[in-house]
Design a protein around this ligand. Structure first.
Ligand SMILES: Nc1nc2c(ncn2[C@@H]2O[C@H](COP(=O)(O)OP(=O)(O)OP(=O)(O)O)[C@@H](O)[C@H]2O)c(=O)[nH]1
Ligand SMILES: *[C@@H]1O[C@H](CO)[C@@H](O)[C@H](O)[C@H]1NC(C)=O
Ligand SMILES: *[C@@H]1O[C@H](CO)[C@@H](O)[C@H](O)[C@H]1NC(C)=O
Ligand SMILES: [Mg+2]
Length: 339
């Protein structure tokens, strides 16, 4: 019997089932919104694949919620509760200072005075990938209530990620509100200087920092993200998250999981490991992406096709900048954020 050659071996691993799931953090009050999302994800993609849904909540899901979800999908669904050590106030901040920060910020920007919003952002930044229900997954695809999927997805994005060595997939690239991240870049720079051994030889960091050392506030909107979870489980990501948590900005400011995930991806990955799913037409309140390439648009129900991503400064920047070597990254990390 002939020994299998290398190509055959490779082929074999390409066809291995992928351990992946669609994951959402939701409240019982989000039932209608998440039913709507799940129905669209099923219709557009998952009815052909049957990847499980994992729904997480800081409170017990009600029977009404669980029944409502099972009634809308045939895919397996797992309901999970968050542990108290994952969902709560950071041990590095003081309650008093948090209270006055919420008071100060409540009219400065959306969710400026919301405590639970901050718990949500901290959870999705540092803990969601540690939930026991996600332990055996290689990839997750984050979904949210009340979003729209406009286009048929006639292939498996998880498999696409794996076969192409991709780590982070996104659909939209807005710019973060300055006031919510006032010290995020300076805190990040400090981490880079103190943890040089965790930086890769080459990275896409120039997407988030310009030649003058200023934070561009470009980020991937993480209400949609498809991610190789080994990235969030890596020593570098965990060290970065711990450093941010210690600085207190999840509470004193309103650091979102979107800018945090995005800075980490740009700083720790190469451009070839990031992917714009241009063909996945998507809407989350506030932003819409509708593909304009004819072969993509043919599978979509949205229009006209001159949406956000074709005007987005951050999407243009994604196309225009490339990887830089570590020595250049460190020069940028020495420059204070001047805004
Ligand atoms: N279990 C639980 N889930 C939450 C809580 N706050 C937010 N979420 C979920 O976290 C995700 C993000 O929250 P959103 O309120 O959608 O935040 P956003 O997308 O920044 O803003 P909007 O969609 O405009 O409200 C959603 O899936 C919410 O259902 C919470 O206190 N408990
Ligand atoms: C949540 O569910 C668990 C397990 O079913 C139960 O032990 C616990 O008492 C519930 N908590 C609340 C607040 O209902
Ligand atoms: C970074 O190192 C490379 C060689 O690895 C060198 O060509 C380049 O000039 C260096 N850049 C800076 C800014 O020092
Ligand atoms: Mg949302």
């Amino acid at each position: 019997m002939a020994a299998p050659n290398e190509a055959a071996n490779k082929d074999n691993s390409m066809n291995k089932p992928i351990r992946a799931a669609l994951v959402a953090l939701v409240r019982n009050s989000d039932l209608n919104g998440i039913r709507s999302t799940i129905r669209q994800v099923d219709d557009r993609f998952n009815r052909n694949y049957n990847y499980p849904y994992i729904l997480l909540n800081d409170k017990n899901f009600t029977d009404e919620f669980k029944e409502g979800i099972h009634a809308i999908t045939k895919a397996p669904v797992h309901f999970g509760l968050l542990s108290d050590d994952h969902w709560g106030l950071s041990p590095y901040v003081t309650e008093e200072k948090v209270k006055s920060a919420l008071e100060y910020n409540k009219n400065r920007y959306i969710y400026g005075g919301s405590y639970s919003y901050r718990l949500m952002c901290r959870y999705q930044s540092g803990f969601i990938h540690k939930h026991p229900l996600l332990q055996d997954l290689d990839y997750y695809w984050r979904i949210e209530p009340d979003v729209n999927y406009f286009c048929d997805i006639p292939y498996d994005p998880f498999k696409y990620m794996r076969d192409n060595g991709l780590i982070y997939g996104f659909t939209t690239t807005p710019m973060e509100i300055q006031k919510t991240v006032e010290t995020l870049w300076d805190t990040t720079r400090k981490w880079m200087m103190e943890n040089q051994e965790l930086l890769p030889e080459e990275s896409f960091v120039r997407w988030v920092v310009n030649e003058k050392g200023d934070y561009t506030r470009c980020h991937f909107w993480s209400n949609f993200e498809i991610v190789d979870l080994s990235f969030y489980r890596s020593e570098a990501y965990e060290s970065y998250f711990q450093h941010l948590d210690r600085a207190g900005g999840f509470f004193y400011e309103r650091w979102g999981d979107a800018p945090v995930h995005s800075i980490a991806a740009a700083m720790l990955l190469r451009k070839e490991q990031l992917h714009w799913f241009e063909d996945i037409g998507y809407y989350h309140p506030g932003l819409r992406h509708c593909p304009n390439k004819p072969e993509m648009a043919a599978r979509c129900i949205c229009g006209p096709r001159s949406d956000f991503m074709y005007r987005s400064i951050c999407n243009r920047r994604f196309g225009n900048v490339g990887n830089v070597p570590k020595n250049e990254t460190l020069l940028l990390a020495q420059m204070p954020d001047k805004r």
